[in-house]
Design a protein around this ligand. Structure first.
Ligand SMILES: [Zn+2]
Length: 686
């Protein structure tokens, strides 16, 4: 259950540029503010208006902003390394051979085109040879060790066929890793996409059926049969959607901590052969099995019994394609992209090199990431970022001491939890060992299958062992960050410790506003409405008195209500209960960053009011730098999809709602009460 910082880093659909000019890193520039806009009326427009007008979304991008520009820069750094290692055929280290050959196989489009559907034919043959639904377990195990990622839950479900399975820290004793089953099975982004009845939802479902049918046809099914199969896929997935827990309930860890013996798991879905599944994926026995959604697994039972074998075979053929089409020949890649276009509104596919960089990063991230760190993240930068994280934590420590709504004993527990947080900066202390993984320059699909089997085995081996707090779930070049309440860690990859987020050449007011805001955000996650339910050891354990909880919830309700709002551009309403944790982290995070800046300036005999050569006070520059980090525009189709499935608010609200809750902002820009950026009720948790 990780808390991600940025909205839009979906692996296959991120940023791109059409031309061959090497991308530039964006640096803070106070002159970028739009002085024709009143900062007290629309601060996001004041800070970002000029940037957004000058930086329209490129045709192969879902969204475009300062984060996507940095992402493109990072990818270009990796691209240089990959081109070099792919061309070099000797004198490579074992990791260099893997990284170079993976990339080279991926870039070989003509080989993929010549192979057509062949690389996945063995999977199709296995599905078509099924004699009964009793074989469902074995076939699913085969799929989940061929393409990622059955072990990786997300906000709505695990994005694979039927069920997710993998290691998870025990909610009751986070030192131990146990086994966990998760709801899965939906090819659309979330259950609402199946169950909502508005015209837009209906048209997306129509497009989905056409897309499934088209892929099945490309794989060799006669058109009429493919059409019938696609209709039955939608019907089956709709039944699964009805069984799924919604994404708001899913935010509460108490709802997910359902503990079973294996015999009890089997009793939920007797017709599914769990033993065969666990044996085929090589999962060791677990003392406890978590089942995120028991109702989902109970509901699978009648589905298995009632649906004919042919429906399940169609479903499995579809999921084989859903997971592999992007690695196959051009017709498959293009049809796979057609549905991304429907969901995210992006007109063009990313260039092949960018897709290949992203697959290499996913499958060999800690081998490829070493060169990125050498190139782009110095020990000095790491030391400064580590100090910034410490300053932010000191601010939260003082905020806990001084607030007027927590009981002394609860404050003590909060101090201890904060002191126990492990800060991870840049990259892992120990790099992952890929020696058991075979990669060749022959075939992308084969490499993905090998890498998935390797990673699946690595994941399964964690079950029954102590939790490793030092492991990273993001690769070094990632432009993102996360907090993990169960390891009690905050994690900042080197990829986000770059301009404009982190820029050693710029004043501290800039760095505390941008990267400080990011670090404050992740630090607060450990104390947001879900994070606060975990203790210093990462256990799901209530350390708050009833009075504290009541006071906390009142503050949290203010945030949740404030962010429950129509988003006209997207044609949907944002649910403040879905985004409450992220919004709490945004609001509290920037407070911490400002407190930390004040301390930092005091060490340099400056104050927040000290003016610089640019005519701005430190405090004004801090807020502008914070707003700058959210200069980003998103296609309306993508906004709709994100608002329905993702717990982050849209960039505009991540700036305007946050500053509107801050008297410090109103003071810095002399905003009078009654102005849009001065909320009458100012929400505040931290
Ligand atoms: Zn977050």
């Amino acid at each position: 259950m990780h808390k991600l910082f940025l909205v839009l880093l979906l692996a296959t659909i991120t940023a791109a540029a059409q031309d061959a000019t090497p991308p530039q890193l964006v640096h803070f520039d106070a002159k970028m503010v739009d002085t024709s806009v009143d900062p007290c009326t629309d601060f996001h427009q004041y800070v970002c208006g000029k940037y957004l007008a000058a930086n329209p979304i490129p045709s192969d991008e879902v969204a475009w902003g300062v984060g996507s520009q940095l992402n493109l820069w990072n990818e270009s750094v990796l691209h240089g390394t990959l081109d070099q290692l792919a061309a070099k055929k000797s004198d490579r280290t074992p990791n260099e051979q893997k990284v170079g050959d993976y990339y080279s196989a991926c870039m070989n489009e003509s080989a993929a085109d010549a192979a057509g559907v062949k690389p996945i034919q063995p999977l199709f043959d296995r599905i078509n040879a099924m004699k009964s639904t009793a074989e469902l377990a074995e076939v699913l195990a085969l799929l989940s060790t061929s393409f990622p990622a059955a072990w990786e839950g997300s906000d709505n479900q695990t994005n694979v066929a039927f069920l997710g399975f993998g290691p998870a820290p025990d909610y009751n004793d986070a030192r131990q890793v146990i086994a966990a089953f998760d709801q899965a099975g939906l090819g659309l982004p979330g259950r609402d996409f199946y169950l909502k009845d508005d015209d837009k939802s209906k048209s997306i479902r129509t497009a989905y059926v056409a897309h499934v049918a088209k892929l099945l046809t490309l794989a060799g099914e006669p058109e009429a049969e493919a059409q019938k199969d696609a209709t039955s896929v939608l019907a089956l997935e709709t039944e699964m959607a009805k069984l799924q827990m919604d994404n708001v309930a899913r935010r509460d860890p108490k709802n997910l901590n359902n503990r079973f013996t294996l015999a009890e798991v089997k009793a939920l879905t007797p017709s599914f052969h769990f033993d065969a599944y666990l044996k085929a994926i090589d999962a060791p026995p677990s003392s406890v099995y978590l089942v995120s959604t028991p109702a989902f697994f109970k509901g699978l039972e009648p589905l298995i019994r009632q649906q004919p074998l042919s429906s399940w075979q169609a479903y499995l053929r579809w999921w084989t394609l859903a997971k592999s089409a992007r690695y196959l020949s051009s017709p498959f890649v293009n049809e796979d992209f057609q549905f991304i276009k429907t969901l995210y509104g992006v007109p063009e596919l990313l260039p092949r090199w960018r897709r290949c960089v992203s697959y290499t990063d996913r499958d060999l991230g800690e081998a490829l990431g070493q060169s990125y760190v050498n190139r782009a993240f110095s020990p000095e930068a790491k030391a400064r970022a580590a100090q910034l994280a410490k300053d932010i934590e000191a601010a939260l420590d003082s905020e806990i001491s001084s607030n007027d709504w927590m009981q002394p004993a609860t404050k003590q527990a909060a101090h201890l939890k904060l002191a126990a947080v492990l800060n991870k900066i840049g990259y892992p202390d120990h790099w992952r060992d890929y020696s058991a993984l075979t990669i060749t320059s022959n075939s992308l699909v084969e490499n993905v299958e090998h890498a998935t089997a390797f990673e699946s085995r690595r994941q399964m081996e964690k079950i029954g062992k102590p939790l490793d707090r030092t492991e990273w779930t993001m690769t070094p070049p990632t432009v993102n960050a996360y907090e993990d309440p169960q390891t009690n860690t905050i994690n900042f990859p080197a990829g986000i410790l770059q301009p404009p987020f982190f820029d050693p050449a710029k004043p501290d007011s800039v760095n505390y506003g941008s990267e400080g805001g990011v670090m404050g955000h992740e630090t607060i996650h450990g104390f947001d409405d879900q994070g606060r339910k975990f203790d210093l050891n990462g256990n799901l354990h209530d350390w708050w008195t009833a009075a504290d909880t009541k006071a906390y919830d009142q503050r949290g309700d203010c945030i949740a209500n404030e962010y429950t709002q129509d988003v006209p551009e997207a044609g949907v309403k944002q649910n403040g209960r879905l985004t409450q944790g992220e919004d709490t982290a945004d609001n509290g995070g920037i407070h911490l960053a400002l407190m930390a800046l004040e301390q930092d300036l005091a060490r340099q005999n400056q104050t927040l009011e000290t003016k610089g050569d640019d005519g701005l006070t430190n405090e004004q520059r801090f807020f502008i730098a914070y707003g700058d980090s959210w200069c980003e525009q998103i296609r309306p189709e993508a906004m709709r999809t994100i608002i329905l499935t993702n717990p982050h608010s849209m960039p505009k609200y991540r700036v305007n709602n946050v500053v509107s809750n801050m008297p410090e902002f109103a003071k810095a820009f002399s905003c009078k009460s009654g102005k849009p950026m001065v909320h009458t009720t100012q929400c505040r948790v931290w």
